[in-house]
Design a protein around this ligand. Structure first.
Ligand code: NDP
Length: 269
């Protein structure tokens, strides 16, 4: 494996997204800053999770409106609710929308109870199947090694599935009438970017679409905020989501929302 060496290459900020925990926690780099002749400066890394959470929340608002799902009457399930992105999404939906019912899905009960206490509401789901069966909108932000298979028969119609997991939380063959799947945490830029990396991860329009976490590092550079804007776990505040959200709009990024493209598909459409 090649270690990221932003200092050596004169790079002020690097986004690692879903790789952050793999690199910093699995390899215990938080304790061990020296990697061969490279001394890691943590302020040069961002997880990119604040921008990712902000974009997913915007996708919830805009895609539900396009599908005619009224948030004021909607049940939203967040799978991976206690995670870094999931908890930020829950905070935002709790404070900024009038969603009446939030279902919190994860495995560790203590963390779920802590989140519920912080939010002052939200139901801890008895199981993933139970939560998705009740939901008009499912936000998928669990760190799962592979996609889960859901029986479409149990789902409401219409149902909006926003899958922000990488790898995807939903099985790639998941497709059913009235169920709308949107790639979560993806932004589009108004100008082409000359790179090949997004073809490797099968973006529909690789020159314009990218992970929101990667876009966060670009935003930090554009704004000259040379700091680890997103770092640690479950510390994403609404204020920071607003800040990065404003920068995102200012620099021409918008949430992926193309209802007619393959990014949002429903059988028969
Ligand atoms: P965290 O590790 O902070 O959180 C993961 C969450 O998933 C926890 O709530 C965990 O709770 C839950 N979880 C894990 N396995 C399961 C399971 N089998 N069933 C239910 N819940 C489960 O992850 P992040 O918030 O940092 O990232 C979440 C996802 O978003 C990842 O897939 C990551 O790759 C992706 N990502 C996407 C980005 C983008 O730009 N689109 C950027 C960054 C990340 P518990 O362990 O208690 O079950």
């Amino acid at each position: 494996m090649r270690w990221p060496t932003p200092k050596k290459n004169g790079i002020d900020i690097t986004a690692l997204g879903g790789f952050s925990s793999i690199i910093f926690e699995n390899f215990n780099l938080n304790q061990m800053k020296q990697v061969r002749n490279v001394s890691l400066e943590f302020e040069r890394f961002t997880t990119g999770n604040t921008h990712t959470a902000y974009i997913i929340c915007r996708q919830v608002e805009a895609a539900s409106a396009q599908l005619g799902i009224d948030l004021a009457n909607a049940t939203v399930a967040v799978c991976g609710a206690t995670g870094d992105i999931g908890s930020a999404v829950c905070r935002w939906l709790n404070a900024r929308t009038d969603i009446p019912e939030m279902l919190l899905v994860a495995r560790n009960q203590e963390r779920l109870q802590n989140l519920q206490a912080e939010l002052g509401r939200g139901k801890i789901a008895s199981s993933l199947e139970d939560a998705v069966a009740q939901a008009d909108i499912v936000v998928w932000v669990a760190s799962m090694p592979k996609g889960v298979t859901i029986d479409p028969q149990i789902l409401k119609r219409p149902c909006l599935m926003i899958d922000g997991g990488y790898p995807k939380n939903l099985d790639s063959h998941f497709n059913a009438e009235g169920i709308h799947v949107l790639k979560g945490g993806i932004v589009e830029h108004s100008l082409d970017i000359d790179w090949r990396i997004m073809s490797i991860v099968n973006m529909d329009v690789p020159a314009r679409q990218l992970f929101a976490c990667f876009a966060e590092s670009m935003l930090l550079e554009f704004e000259k905020w040379h700091t680890n804007f997103s770092w640690g776990r479950n510390q994403i505040t609404l204020e920071k989501m607003d800040l990065i959200g404003q920068a995102s709009v200012r620099h021409g990024f918008r949430p992926l929302l193309n209802l007619t493209s393959a990014a949002l598909v429903s059988e028969g459409s």
